[in-house]
Design a protein around this ligand. Sequence first.
Ligand code: AHM
Ligand code: MG
Length: 338
Amino acid sequence: MYNIRTLGEFIIEKQQDYPHASGELSSLLSSIRLAAKIVNKAVNKAGLVNIAGAFGSENIQGEQQQKLDVYANEKFKSAMAARDQVCGVASEEENDVVDFEKALGRNAKYVILMDPLDGSSNIDVNVSVGTIFSIYHRISPIGKPTTIEDFLQLGNKQIAAGYIIYGSSTMLVYTTGNGVHGFTYDPSIGVFCLSHESIIIPQNGNIYSINEGNYIKFPLGVKKYLKYCQKYVPDENRPYISRYIGSLVSDFHRNMLKGGIYLYPSTAVYPNGKLRLLYECNPMSFIIEQAGGTASDGRQRILDIQPTELHQRVPFFVGSPNMVDKVETFLKQFPDQE
Ligand code: AHM
Ligand code: MG
């Protein structure tokens, strides 16, 4: 029998560490927890009901939207709209920000950025997918319409970030800047239970995760790093293990628990990398730093990059600090010829 400590209890417990906390962030996290349960149910049934497959439309980035992308976007949005703490949402599935302040008349202080269903092309083949979220205090005045600056904040201003992984079991992992905590969903009682308190990533790992199909167009430093990973040096645990699911949340989660690095550099198709700064890289970077890891675009800390656009992409190197340092060293040592 396990000792149950639920996500709800944990959030309230942590809130007590901040005597002036109003409880609004706790309530906001509860709305995410609720939407996660609803989406989890749909993901679990994906092979049975007519919910897998393409929706028939494209998102702003020209990518095929899956039915579950659209479903998850709606569920997370309405869970957030149903509470009073969120004044606006930006999503991978929305061209522009959704302003609750204007539509619903709010006096709310938080904005949320999210990827409601990351890796959704994996749904049809029963591979794990995830939701990623990032929470900020707005900077525009409460009670007024939100502005784009509320959403284009530095990652290091995040108040909270997290992800849900719909995997062999479903987990919610989050940080509010006080460590990273993971909760596993028990579907028999419909509750997220604390299973991974204060996650710490190993300083060094031996797993590397990258789509090597793009090798030819990788920056030279990345190519050299991959050869370093593959070299036979038994004393240093090399060759490393190559593991790539193609679902960021899953690859990231495994590497955070076991020690490893996830890389999505610039490629021929994606000259700035594929992943989006605001709702993929920033939240994952906040989480990894809280777990003792590092996140970089190859040159600088992700959390220090000033965003300029909602759907901006960046190269992404994230994981065990020594591994990210190493790839940065290779990128510096082998700059690409212009
Ligand atoms: P998505 O937001 O359109 O699902 O794209 C993000 C996903 C990540 O989950 C994953 O790591 C990456 O794209 C895989 O890309 P690729 O198929 O190019 O390797
Ligand atoms: Mg995504």
